[in-house]
Each structure stands twice: as structure tokens, then as C-alpha cells.
Design a protein around this ligand. Structure first.
Ligand code: NAG
Ligand code: NAG
Ligand code: NAG
Ligand code: NAG
Ligand code: NAG
Ligand code: NAG
Ligand code: NAG
Length: 923
């Protein structure tokens, strides 16, 4: 959680346009209103369209409550008081914010003498405990969340007394970012209070006045210990004049047209905040709706017990929202609040009027439980059986209680350990995704109508019991079964299997039943796979360093012509298979004459990097190179030179510009890189190369992805980790296919092993430099994240990181500029106009929001590069989907996570001796 943020101004920009478009009367898209237990569709008196819930569980009851006549409250659905969970699954649009509301009107439906008490969950997260204390009172819970997957589930469980039941489920889609928080992927916002002060009746204000159907409760509603202790002199005021609320998610005008004022100088209230103590997102809404005389003023402070610092800030509506009838919405994004909140607004001594308050919202942060890591895999298994009863249970497979046919481990993040689907009429092949359940111990699929082969279960190393009998499986018993060290029971009788049985499966401590497979025989053992033990990587690294040092020493003060090939080098730990393996990895000492010849005596200058000029060259074999000549007798240059040589020759990745070699001559130090045909990203965004052929959003995303992969390799694939220290758009180079590679490790420095930071002289480029690093001089990988965030903002906006005139008055910095726009929901205001409308707004938001997280003031609040990479890949997937590119190769982000363990296994099994011989590799 973030620390408290000072009284800040959720500033709003030119959203007047959006406001004009807002006045449509049709029900908003993205509204779902389920009438639980209902029979038919209907439209209620305020214009919401209700549909019956179609759930295969539970029973329906009709109820009748004297003072509640709304149709949706004449029925409810109730569930048995057992230990299962009962879930509603709702379709949502991923990366979109929603309001979810559930309500419960008991109405004495079961004529029981105890009132129900049960828990509700959103996904795997405990949302709230529902305690009924009055048969005629509606209990309501609301939650604001960012959807991260295509569905969201609401589950009822843990019946403590009585039967769990539910009356309504409502989903309302937001389309801006008023409820954006930095932590929204890890926390929900549970709505605690949304109050319309000075309301002229008890009726709440909601749809259609609020287009998102938030319910603004009247402050005159009487609830126990809620809005009490009202100060003497508190008066209601209201206006008919229209109020400029800036943006479409801010309170509706009708809410802002009423207020309370403290005519004696104070407004005080006490209210109970259900669920608290906790951390709150709290915002107050003010608009001056009285006509103050010229010489009058209204200034006041908020006084909160235990928060002395807060009362320093003075609210002056006229100053903060210049002009009359305009909204000012100061708030705190993270404030710790007690269960009983007493607050006071007090006028300052120089103010002529007492305080005013139109509305407020308090939401509690509710930490998400990500649930079982197997959730995605099992839902893709379920997608094959979408019409089967057992596949309808919904929610997380393990939490709060497992599905009826699943057993889970008792970890914090429970894994599926048993699948019990005997006799369920399953057809088709055994779903391959089952083999991705890495915690699986017991698999029972017997007595179905499964066909096809038995898959490779090597991904499930803990498997103990496999029951596949009484199906129609064909093919051989795979030898991969012998790789499962814990396998004790394998039942495959009465199938159509054939071939010979691996002899390991015939040992006496092993329970195998294979009768009834006419073509399956015992036979001699066939050797399965060869495991190749691979040479020590540490050894390789030592050898490499020795080579380089010797190479340099031999050159010192020596004659011109000397050449030596160093040995093949490897990073000490590999990230993935994208690292290149082969002779090209050699760090090569070029002779000066060779460089002279290939550059035609340094004829063509192609750039000037951080500490030297870069020339184009072409080697005898036709290979194009870039030669960076370092500024000669500068101490710093020499140090950087050897630094870069040591580093670069150790690091190989397809998204890092490759160092081919180096050259030292009297007074000259040179680095020879592969030539990158398409120059720097900077040139493509706002340099000379943009004319007529600017890069589109998809390409920009791919460049971001490539660069992030390069950086990820530096941060996590190298030991010790490498911090780049000078990431910027001119250090991202594009090759002939426009794939991006990160270059220039001149400022890089090995991070101290084991320590989280290294201290050194601050270096970097203005505009990209991490302010925290600048202040503290403590360098961490999060400094690179800051710089990368700036690059993402450049990709979105096509603006330079620092500019004297692009960002308006008092702002030279892309970060400040973008932040103001994004936080006020105005992303359009920063999108590069050359992109026109050729992008998907969701993917744009995704990148914009991640970019803002990257440029958070404190390193610990910034994401890791791997998280950023995942977001970029999600954005690419969204963009591809939007483009309708279904023929794209299936490198979907969602499945790649689960593929990981299989890939690893495959590599171990199938690495042949030829490939590994003579080359130490990184495994
Ligand atoms: C957001 O919703 C409002 C209606 O309240 C609509 O006018 C506006 O166009 C929507 N904005 C976007 C970006 O969809
Ligand atoms: C009820 O409404 C839903 C969604 O609005 C619609 O799909 C369905 O066809 C309607 N059913 C009837 C019987 O009109
Ligand atoms: C509820 O009322 C409807 C008629 O409104 C009736 O058809 C239905 O059978 C009733 N259900 C129960 C469980 O009493
Ligand atoms: C109905 O009346 C009860 C008191 O008998 C009250 O607690 C409840 O809030 C009322 N419900 C509605 C919807 O007005
Ligand atoms: C079920 O509810 C009881 C009482 O409210 C609570 O103590 C218990 O922790 C809950 N169990 C689960 C699994 O949430
Ligand atoms: C399986 O299918 C048969 C015939 O189609 C049916 O009678 C039986 O109830 C089904 N069993 C299950 C568990 O669905
Ligand atoms: C193997 O399966 C068959 C058929 O289900 C059964 O008759 C036999 O008893 C089983 N053998 C063992 C050793 O369990």
C-alpha cells in the first residue's frame, strides 16, 4: 500500500466534450441486472432492464415485504446450508472497471427462527459476511474493480446459520479512470459510503441521474450511528443552476446541486464504516452553490482525529475551482480510517462563511486473493465440457472451497491435487491441459468415453494414482509414464491400447492393471531418454574473464597488429531459448588496420553515442558493423570501455545489441557492434525518420515488448544482475526487420551480488533519470523501470521526454504532463496524433497505466520489468484481437505461463549430445 498522499487535486481537463455526449437516455451498455429467482425479463420504474438469473443450483422463493414492492425483490434464490459454494459467473470486458452490487432481502422466505448468516466471495477473495438482522431490510454490498479476465464470479458460501440466499446481482461498467488506483490489480475497492449531503428527500440518487447507476444515499436516511452528532447551525442549501462536474464519472449534477453548510463555522458528523478499520480511498466533492458577496470567502479545513497533518490543507473552493458552480474534488488515495469515523470541517479564522459539503465517497481497499494458480488451466479444460453440469460450479477451483470434483492442497495459493471425474460421460481426447496441473497427485477419468492416446504426464511430477480404465483410449502406454517418480497406481484396463508395456511399469511395487486391452503386451524394456549433464557454467564464466583480461593485457603498449579469438562465452544463467548459442558469441579483438579498412578510414559517421562517435563499417566478409570510437584520453571513457567490454561480451540476447568485438590502439578504444539498419527509436518517434512513415501502435507495442525482453534479461538473466542506467529512446535500436534491441551499456554497472542496490556516481540522461536515484544515489533495477516508463510514454505520445514547449506552461517533463492527463481520464490528450484512430483504447490504457506505475516516485512502488513485459504482451493480445488477426501464431500470453514447465521438460529430454558437446551451456 502506498503511503498517504497529500491533499491532492484530482485535476480534470477538457472533458467538456465528453460531457456534451453524455445525455443519452438509453440504458448504458455494460449493465447487467439479474433478478435472482425471477421468471421473466422486465424493465423497472427507473428504466433498468432486469433478467432472471439462470442458475442450475438453488431454489426459488417468492416473498412479500410490506414496504418493498419492486419486482426484483419479490423473488430470491436460496441454497442448501452445506459446505459447498454457489457461484454466479458474469461476463466482463478485461481491463475495464466495474461496479458490482449484490443485495439480499430475506423476507422470512424459509419461515425459520434463525436469520441467515453466510459469506460472499468475489473469485477467491472473501468479500463480506452477510448477516441478516431484519426480515424487511435490504442488505447491499458494492465493489469497484478492474476486470483482469473475461469473467468475474460472485459466490455464496460458508452458511453459518440459516440458508444462504440472494436477491439481486448488478454489474455496471465504468469507462473512465476516476476509480483508477495504483494498486487496482491487487486490491478491490469495497464501497463503504457514498453520501449526497443536503439531499431534499430520503430517496437516493441513482440511474438515470447517475449514468453509472451508483447509488448516492441521502444524508437524511436514518441508520444506527450513521451521520449523527450533527453540529448546531448545520443547514441544507440547494440550487437549480447547472454545475460543471468536468468528467462523466464524477458525481451527477443532481448530487452536487445540494449541500450542507455550517453556519456556525463547523460541520461535524460521525458515521460507522462497515469493514473498517482499514485503508480507504476517500474523496470529498465540493461546489460553491451559494452566491458569496465580493468581500466574502469560504475557507475551511478537515479535522480528522489521529491525522493532524490533514488539517493543514485549506479548502478554498473558489480558488481551487475558479468560477462559480464548478466541482472541486480533493481526496486521499490511501488513508487509514477507524470503524467509527468522526470528522469535522472547520472554517479558518479569516473566512467569512462556514464550511460546505456536497458529497463524499469512502471505499475500503480489499486485498485480492489471486486464488489457485491452476485457475486458468482448469478453465481451459472446462471449456471442452461447457454444457456439463459439473463444469458449471464457477468461481475459483479451490477457494473458498474446492469444486465438488476437485481436491486442492492447503497452501496459501492452493494447487489442484485431485481430479475426480469418473463416470461423467466425457468424450473426445483426454484434455492436454490436464498435464499442466503441476501439483496433480490423483487423476480419475475412468468410466467415460474418452478416445485417443494417453498424453505425456511429465509435467505432473507428483502423480501417484492414474485411473483411465473403461474408456476407449488407443495408442501405446507412453514411456513418459516411467518418468513419474511417485507413480504407484496405473489402471488402464478395458481400453483399446496397443504395443508393449515399458518394463519399469511391470515392477512388483507398482499397481498396474491393463487387462482387456487385446493388443497391449509385456515386452523388453526400451531405453527412454538420455539425460545430458551439462558442464558448469561458472567454469565457463571464469574462463571467459580470463580470456578477456589476457586479451587486454597482451595489447597494452604493444604493436599494432595482434589478433586473438577468445573462447565462446555464455552468460552464467540463461533466461530462455532466445539467447543465441554459437560461434558468433566470441568477443573478438579486431586489429586497428582491419577497422580502418572496414570503415574506409572512418568515412561515414552514423551517430554519436554517450561517449564517442559511431561509424559505419563493412567487414571483408560483407558483415555490416557499427564502430564506436571512444573519446580517447578520458579516464572515464577508458573505464567505461573496459566495463562495457566485460559486460557485453558476457551478455547475449536477441533483444540486446550484440558486441562483435573491440579494438584498442594507441590512444583509441573502439567497440564493434552489429549494425542496426533502422536507427534509433527516437528517430522514428520524432526525428527525421518520422516523415510519411511513422510507426503504428502495434509496431510500437512490439518495440516495447522487444526492449522489455532485453531489459528483463539484464535484470534477471544475468548473475549478478545488470542495471542499464541509461535507458532512453535513442538507446533502443531497430534492426532491418524493425525488431528492437537495447544498446549502450556504457553506464551499466554490475549490481552487487545479493545486495539490492549499488551506490555510485549518479549518471543518466535528463528526462529519463529516476528522481529517487538522483536524490539517494542508491541505484536499483527500479531506476531502469523509471526510464522505461518514460520510453512507454514516448511511444504513446510521440513526444520527447523533455521539451520546452510541448507540454504547456510550467511543464517541461513528459512524466508530469502525461500523469495529469491520464489521472484525469483524458488519455486522448496525450496520444500521438499520427496514430489517428488506429489503436484499441484498452491496449492504450493498459500501457498508459503501466507507464504511470513505472514512473512512480519510489522504486518500491514500481513494477518489475517482467510485470511490465506481461502487460505489454496483454496489450498486444488485445490489439491483435481488435485487429481480428485470428490467424496469428498462437503465442498467447495466457497460455505461455503454463507452457513454461513443459518447455523446460522438453528441453531436458530432447537435448541431444551433438548440440551440447564442446559447448558449456547455461543449464
Ligand atoms: C463514457 O461514457 C459516457 C456516457 O456516460 C459516454 O458519453 C462517453 O462517450 C464514454 N466514453 C468512452 C471513452 O467510451
Ligand atoms: C431477456 O433479456 C435478455 C438480455 O437482455 C435477452 O437475451 C433475452 O432474449 C430476453 N428474454 C426474453 C424472453 O425476452
Ligand atoms: C412464485 O410465484 C409464481 C407466480 O408469481 C408461481 O408461478 C411460482 O410457482 C411461485 N413459486 C413458489 C416457489 O412458490
Ligand atoms: C421497511 O420497513 C422496515 C421497518 O419495518 C425498515 O427497516 C426497512 O428499511 C424498510 N424497507 C424499505 C425498503 O423501505
Ligand atoms: C465461516 O464463517 C465463520 C463464522 O462467520 C468463520 O469463523 C469461518 O472462518 C468461516 N469459514 C470460512 C472458510 O470462511
Ligand atoms: C451419460 O449419458 C447417458 C446416456 O446419454 C445418460 O443416461 C446418463 O445419465 C449420463 N450420465 C451422466 C453422469 O451425465
Ligand atoms: C484388473 O481389472 C479387471 C477388470 O476390471 C478386474 O477383473 C481384475 O480383478 C483387475 N486386476 C487386478 C489385479 O486388480
Amino acid at each position: 500500500m502506498q503511503n498517504r498522499v497529500p491533499f491532492f487535486f484530482l485535476s480534470s481537463f477538457s472533458l467538456v466534450l465528453l460531457l456534451l455526449l453524455q445525455l443519452s437516455s438509453a440504458q448504458m451498455p455494460g449493465f447487467v441486472s439479474l433478478d435472482c429467482g425471477g421468471k421473466e425479463n422486465f424493465t423497472d420504474e427507473i428504466g433498468l432492464n432486469w433478467t432472471p438469473d439462470k442458475l442450475m443450483y438453488g431454489e426459488i422463493s417468492n416473498i412479500s415485504v410490506a414496504n418493498e414492492t419492486r419486482k426484483q425483490y419479490t423473488t430470491l434464490r436460496h441454497f442448501p446450508a452445506d459446505s459447498r459454494k454457489y457461484c454466479y459467473t458474469l461476463d466482463v470486458v478485461s481491463r475495464t472497471r466495474y461496479l458490482l452490487r449484490v443485495s439480499f432481502l430475506y423476507g422470512n422466505f424459509d419461515a425459520n427462527n434463525v436469520y441467515p448468516k453466510f459469506d460472499i466471495f468475489i473469485g477467491a477473495t472473501h468479500w463480506s459476511t452477510i448477516v441478516i438482522s431484519d426480515a424487511n431490510t435490504i442488505e447491499t454490498r458494492e465493489l469497484i474493480f478492474l476486470a483482469l479476465s473475461p469473467t468475474v464470479s460472485v459466490c455464496l458460501s460458508n452458511a453459518t446459520t440459516g440458508k444462504p440466499f440472494i436477491s439481486t446481482v448488478e454489474l455496471r461498467q465504468f469507462n473512465g479512470s476516476v476509480y483508477y488506483t495504483y494498486t487496482e490489480e491487487h486490491f478491490y475497492l469495497s464501497v463503504s459510503a457514498r453520501i449526497n449531503f443536503g439531499a431534499d428527500s430520503d430517496a437516493p440518487i441513482r440511474y438515470p441521474d447517475d449514468p453509472f447507476d451508483r447509488i448516492w444515499e441521502s444524508d437524511s436516511v436514518k441508520k444506527a450511528n450513521y451521520l449523527v452528532d450533527v453540529a448546531a447551525g448545520t443547514r441544507k442549501i440547494s440550487t437549480n443552476k447547472s454545475i460543471d462536474v468536468n468528467s462523466d464519472e464524477l458525481p451527477p449534477m443532481k448530487v452536487m446541486q445540494t449541500a450542507v453548510v455550517g453556519t456556525n463555522g463547523s460541520l461535524t458528523y460521525r458515521l460507522n464504516l462497515d469493514g473498517f478499520p482499514g485503508f480507504a480511498w476517500a474523496v470529498t466533492y465540493f461546489a460553491e452553490i451559494e452566491d458569496l458577496a465580493e468581500n466574502e470567502s469560504r475557507k475551511f479545513r478537515l479535522v480528522l482525529p489521529g491525522h493532524a497533518d490533514i488539517s493543514k490543507a485549506v479548502v478554498n473552493i473558489e480558488e481551487n475551482a475558479p468560477g462559480k458552480y464548478r466541482l472541486y474534488e480533493p481526496g486521499y488515495t490511501n488513508l487509514s480510517l477507524p470503524f467509527v469515523l468522526s470528522f469535522r470541517f472547520g472554517k479558518t479564522s479569516d473566512s467569512s462563511r462556514g464550511p460546505l459539503l456536497n458529497a463524499m465517497e469512502i471505499n475500503e481497499y480489499l486485498e485480492k486473493n489471486d486464488g489457485s494458480p491452476d485457475g486458468e488451466v482448469i478453465s481451459s479444460v472446462l471449456s471442452h465440457y461447457s454444457s456439463a453440469d459439473w463444469a458449471q460450479e464457477g468461481g475459483d477451483p479451490c477457494l473458498p472451497v474446492p469444486w465438488s470434483w476437485v481436491r486442492c492442497s492447503s497452501d496459501q495459493q492452493p494447487k489442484i491435487i485431485s481430479i475426480l471425474l469418473s463416470g461423467k460421460n466425457l468424450t473426445g481426447n483426454i484434455p492436454l491441459d490436464i498435464t499442466k496441473l503441476t501439483g496433480l497427485v490423483e487423476l480419475r477419468l475412468d468410466g467415460n468415453m474418452l478416445t485417443g492416446p494417453i498424453p505425456d504426464f511429465t509435467g505432473c511430477m507428483d502423480l501417484k494414482i492414474i485411473h483411465l480404465e473403461n474408456n476407449q483410449l488407443t495408442g501405446a502406454l507412453p514411456t513418459s509414464l516411467t518418468n513419474l517418480p511417485n507413480l504407484r497406481q496405473l489402471y488402464v484396463q478395458n481400453n483399446m491400447l496397443s504395443g508393449t508395456i515399458p518394463s519399469d511399469l511391470l515392477s512388483s511395487d507398482f499397481d498396474l492393471n491393463f487387462t482387456g486391452n487385446t493388443n497391449l503386451h509385456k515386452g523388453s524394456r526400451k531405453k527412454s531418454h538420455l539425460y545430458v549433464i551439462i558442464g558448469s557454467a561458472v567454469g565457463a564464466a571464469v574462463l571467459l574473464v580470463a580470456t578477456i583480461i589476457s586479451c587486454l593485457v597482451m595489447h597494452k603498449g604493444k604493436t599494432k597488429y595482434y589478433e586473438q579469438r577468445s573462447l565462446v562465452s555464455h552468460p552464467s544463467q540463461s533466461m530462455d531459448s532466445s539467447k543465441s548459442i554459437g560461434p558468433s558469441e566470441a568477443a573478438h579483438c579486431f586489429s586497428f588496420s582491419e577497422i580502418e579498412n572496414s570503415t574506409n578510414n572512418f568515412e561515414k559517421k552514423i551517430g554519436s553515442g554517450g561517449f564517442g562517435v559511431v561509424y559505419y563499417g563493412k567487414l571483408k566478409d560483407g558483415k555490416e558493423i557499427a564502430v564506436k570510437v571512444l573519446t580517447s584520453n578520458s579516464y572515464q571513457g577508458k573505464r567505461e570501455f573496459s566495463n562495457e567490454v566485460t559486460l557485453l561480451s558476457r551478455i547475449h540476447h536477441r533483444n540486446l545489441v550484440q558486441l562483435l568485438g573491440y579494438c584498442r590502439d594507441e590512444g583509441n578504444s573502439m567497440l564493434i557492434y552489429e549494425f542496426m539498419h533502422n536507427g534509433t527509436l527516437k528517430e522514428h518517434l520524432y526525428g527525421p525518420l518520422t516523415h510519411g512513415r511513422s510507426i503504428n501502435w502495434m509496431k510500437r507495442l512490439e518495440i516495447a515488448e522487444d526492449s522489455a525482453k532485453g531489459i528483463e534479461y539484464l535484470h534477471t538473466g544475468c548473475v549478478p544482475a545488470v542495471i542499464h542506467r541509461d535507458l532512453k529512446s535513442s538507446n533502443i535500436l531497430l534492426d532491418i526487420q524493425m525488431r528492437a534491441k537495447v544498446s549502450d551499456f556504457g553506464l551499466s554497472k554490475l549490481a552487487v551480488d545479493g545486495a539490492s542496490h549499488v551506490s555510485s556516481i549518479v549518471r543518466g540522461t535528463v528526462g529519463y533519470l529516476d528522481p529517487e536515484y538522483y536524490i539517494s544515489q542508491q541505484l536499483t533495477d527500479k531506476s531502469d523501470i523509471y526510464s522505461f516508463g518514460v520510453i512507454l510514454l514516448e511511444l504513446i505520445s510521440g513526444q520527447e521526454a523533455i521539451s520546452n514547449d510541448s507540454f504547456g506552461a510550467n511543464c517541461r517533463n513528459i512524466v508530469q504532463w502525461a500523469k495529469l492527463h491520464i489521472e484525469s481520464g483524458d488519455i486522448q490528450g496525450i496520444i500521438d496524433p499520427v496514430l489517428q484512430n488506429n489503436y484499441d483504447l484498452q491496449s492504450m490504457w493498459k500501457i498508459a497505466e503501466k507507464a504511470l506505475m513505472c514512473v512512480q516516485p519510489h522504486g518500491h512502488m514500481r513494477p518489475s520489468i517482467s510485470e511490465v513485459l506481461k502487460e505489454i504482451q496483454d496489450a498486444i493480445a488485445i490489439e491483435r484481437e481488435a485487429e481480428g488477426n485470428s490467424d496469428e501464431p498462437s503465442n498467447s500470453v495466457h497460455s505461455s505461463i503454463n507452457m513454461g514447465s513443459l518447455d523446460l521438460v522438453a528441453t531436458e529430454n530432447y537435448l541431444s549430445i551433438d548440440e551440447s558437446i564442446g559447448q558449456p551451456t547455461a543449464r
